[in-house]
Design a protein around this ligand. Structure first.
Ligand SMILES: [Zn+2]
Length: 87
């Protein structure tokens, strides 16, 4: 099994991030307070917590962000089309 090659690749990438820090790019804006980020180098995914610090994006957090994202969309939609006062 040629598994060494794969683990070596990941190791080198993580080593670079360890030395230089992750290069996060915003992959998704959840709402005005939350965004999801991905490291260009090691593809590590993070999100920010309520204090604005970056935390590892777990599948559970991803679900929460997804919910927040759609709640935000719904809110925008509702405020745009249902709560508009034309008076
Ligand atoms: Zn990284």
């Amino acid at each position: 099994m040629e598994t060494n090659y794969i683990t070596d690749g990941i190791g080198k990438k993580n080593y670079r991030c360890f030395l230089l820090g992750h290069s996060f790019i915003e992959t998704k804006k959840v709402n005005t307070h939350f965004s999801e980020f991905e490291c260009k180098t090691c593809k590590m995914q993070v999100t920010n917590d309520t204090k604005g610090q970056k935390i590892t994006l777990t599948s559970q957090l991803k679900d929460i962000n997804e919910t927040l994202f759609y709640l935000n969309l719904k809110k925008q939609f509702l405020s745009k089309f249902y709560f508009r006062k034309d008076s």
